[in-house]
Write a protein that binds this ligand. Structure first.
Ligand SMILES: *Cc1c(COP(=O)(O)O)cnc(C)c1O
Length: 390
């Protein structure tokens, strides 16, 4: 029997992998020490566990992780010290943007970003605008791609930071990260990348990709919620940040507060686990092809340049479809992260969809627990509904 509704919202969050949970559990009870307690074994044990996790997280974005060979290529030495643990990607983005804005105030106040970024990044930019930042928001074409010439042309003498995501959470569209970073390097501008959707799904290597600040999150890669990281480049260039949370000076002074040891341990373990993106990709294609064969459907995004696990489809004239599949398929209309407001997706609107089409679009995101049976069930349900509403 299938568990209903079938979960196809892995871009919103993922279940904790059983191996991750197993490794976390002792750190809630027996091994409960404060990683900052340097006077006794309770503290040392916690600190040791955090150190291992830090190494594992660093290895994932340097291509030297224990397991995920399927999506790791070249290798780089990412020093564990360059990982700052946070409460998630949102906080990591806040720390990177606000911290750099403050630290580089004498150089300039200009930040370049893009309309299709996650709200965590756009709202932080908006906050900085109120403090005096000048923000350029690049547009995208109908497939969700930016124009690199436009990016380079928008750099000025006061530009301090380019902030662009690796892969989009709604469409899966991948930004040309290597090209972006060489433009940034050429003009001596920092490159902050929101890697939350890319890390763990495709190869992300901060050195090869030329990323100075990388934000990512545990709960999108089968780790627990409430933990994430900001990678901060230590060399070539050495990135300076001003802390946004003051206190005991934890995390090299960049993020004070007692560490979430069980969460960090789980995040570390999650970084060592591989998921078979090839299998997920072929299930995604199967689902997508059936949908696109139906009349009145259209793909949102760039078919040839996106994550393997997601498809975002507009269903013309089918508001009832969204309602009727609700109990059977757990997918997302627009972005879950902005579902507090009923506004149509800002990402889809930036790609030229009107309000109605944006409202009638559904994101299906698959993950490592997705089975062939589930996809067959969803295909059956959706095709039945689509025929019924036509
Ligand atoms: C989920 C997500 C975030 C927010 O991450 P949290 O860890 O939940 O704060 C930021 N950016 C992207 C692209 C995301 O998918």
């Amino acid at each position: 029997m299938l568990k209903l509704p079938v979960y196809l919202d892995y871009n919103a969050t993922t279940p904790v992998d059983p191996e991750v949970l197993k490794e976390m559990l002792p750190y809630f009870s027996e091994t409960f020490g404060n990683a900052a307690s340097s006077d006794h074994a309770y503290g040392w044990q916690a600190a040791e566990a955090v150190a291992l996790a830090r190494e594992r997280v660093a290895n994932l974005i340097g291509g030297t992780s224990e397991a995920p060979r399927t999506y790791l290529g070249g290798t780089s030495e990412v020093p564990p010290r360059s990982i700052v643990f946070t409460s998630g990607a949102t906080e990591a983005i806040n720390l990177g943007l606000k911290g750099a804005y403050e630290a580089y105030a004498s150089k300039g106040n200009h930040i370049i970003t893009c309309v299709t970024e996650h709200r965590a990044l756009l709202d932080t930019c908006q906050h900085l605008e109120k403090l005096g930042a000048s923000v350029t928001c690049l547009g995208v074409d109908e497939k969700g791609n930016i124009d690199l010439n436009e990016l380079e042309a928008s750099i000025t003498d006061s530009t301090i930071l380019i902030a662009l995501m690796y892969a989009n959470n709604e469409t899966g569209v991948i930004h040309p990260v290597k090209e972006i970073s060489s433009i940034a390097k050429k003009h001596k501008v920092l490159f902050l990348c929101d890697g939350t959707q890319a890390v763990g799904k495709i190869k992300v290597n901060v050195d090869e990709d030329g990323i100075d600040l990388l934000a990512f999150s545990s709960h999108k890669i089968y780790g627990p919620k409430g933990v994430g990281a900001l990678y901060v480049r230590r060399k070539d260039p050495r990135v300076r940040l001003i802390a946004q949370t003051d206190g005991g000076g934890h995390e090299d002074g960049l993020r004070s507060g007692t560490l979430n040891v069980p969460g960090i341990v789980g995040f570390g373990k999650a970084c060592t686990l591989a998921s078979d993106t090839k299998r997920i990709g072929s299930l995604r294609d199967k689902l997508e092809n059936t949908m696109l064969d139906m009349e009145g459907t259209k793909l949102n995004g760039d078919k040839n340049n996106r994550l393997p696990n997601v498809t975002n489809i507009a269903f013309a004239n089918a508001p009832e479809l969204l309602r009727t599949i609700r109990g059977k398929v757990a997918a997302s209309s627009g972005s879950a992260c902005s579902s507090a407001s009923p506004e149509p997706s800002h990402v889809l609107k930036a790609m030229g969809l009107n309000d109605e089409m944006a409202h009638n679009s559904i994101r299906f995101s698959l993950g490592k627990n997705t089975t062939e049976k589930e996809i067959e069930f969803v295909i059956q349900e959706l095709s039945g509904q689509l025929l019924a509403v036509r």
